[in-house]
Write a protein that binds this ligand. Sequence first.
Ligand SMILES: Nc1nc2c(ncn2[C@@H]2O[C@H](COP(=O)(O)OP(=O)(O)O)[C@@H](O)[C@H]2O)c(=O)[nH]1
Ligand SMILES: [Mg+2]
Length: 348
Amino acid sequence: MPGIGASCRLNPRYNEASARVVMPSGNYTRSQMLAHDLAGRLAAGDVRALARAIRMVEDRDPEIARVLREVRSRTGRAHIVGVTGPPGSGKSTLCDQVIERWRSQGHRVGVIAVDPSSPFSGGAILGDRIRMQRHTTDSGVFIRSMAARGHVGGLAAAAREAVRLLDAGGRDRCLVETVGVGQSELEVMRTADTTVVVTTPAAGDAVQIIKAGILEIADIFVVNKADLPGAAKVYRDLKDLVRQTKGHAAWQPPVIQTSAQTGNGVDELVEALDRHHDAIATGGELERRRRERLRAEVEAIVVERSADRARRALHERTMEDELAGDLRDVDPYALAERILNPNGQTGR
Ligand SMILES: Nc1nc2c(ncn2[C@@H]2O[C@H](COP(=O)(O)OP(=O)(O)O)[C@@H](O)[C@H]2O)c(=O)[nH]1
Ligand SMILES: [Mg+2]
């Protein structure tokens, strides 16, 4: 690797033969060179480079943008499957089973387990690890947990970037497991090509699911714990729901009963995942989803950077003078506008 400030060859491009990204000529800082080197190793399928890059995403390391840029041309090959549903519905156990099937089919698998509700790597994530533990010695399976860690709204963006790294690292099947059905989970699910919604006989009636707005994002419904009583009723309710709401849609979400503990129904699920992928790939829907995802990503970056700029502007202004006199004279809108645009151009 060239040292600090060394010049490299022209045009950043991926070199198939050496599995390295070739840099344009110019001066590079040490951290830039490290990011460049990391991108090369990641693209070559190096597991430790993948782990390091995902940690950079979590830590909001600014050099991750460079890594992502350099590996971008390697992405777009993975089938990204989102798995969501209430805590304890058996998502991780089910993922473990799906991983098993995919591995026997020769796929390389990446898993991101996200927990938007918890600011710490708490119980749910620990459970995920344990549930999928038998794959930890298989280099064909890469599993990482991500917690919210305070970046509010940033988790969806972080998950998106992590999945892109898995994709670039040659994982052709990716799972994104997330807890619950709240707004941030829906955001995370937008990362997926195919979204699986897991329910159980204990999860209450199907109407609850509509309320949570999950119906729009569900491509496949799973009634897990089908070994428990009441599964047939949940199955029927969901079938009715799909018929009523998606009767004329190009893709009608199948409802699949599984028992993740025994593996019953998992083959059917894996087959449905493939069918859904084929259906959206041939109909142009996959491309549409990816375009939407990119749009959401650009929006998120604009919002994040704008907020950063606003915070910096606030930091520079103390507002002591404005707030010293009669508070009734303070127009918060006008003051906010002056802070955002100290040079006088108004935003509207
Ligand atoms: N009876 C039964 N229990 C299951 C099944 N799948 C998972 N479980 C159990 O449900 C609990 C929660 O599973 P887990 O995969 O961690 O759920 P998650 O929170 O949705 O990821 C564990 O004790 C599992 O062993 C199933 O199909 N049948
Ligand atoms: Mg789990």
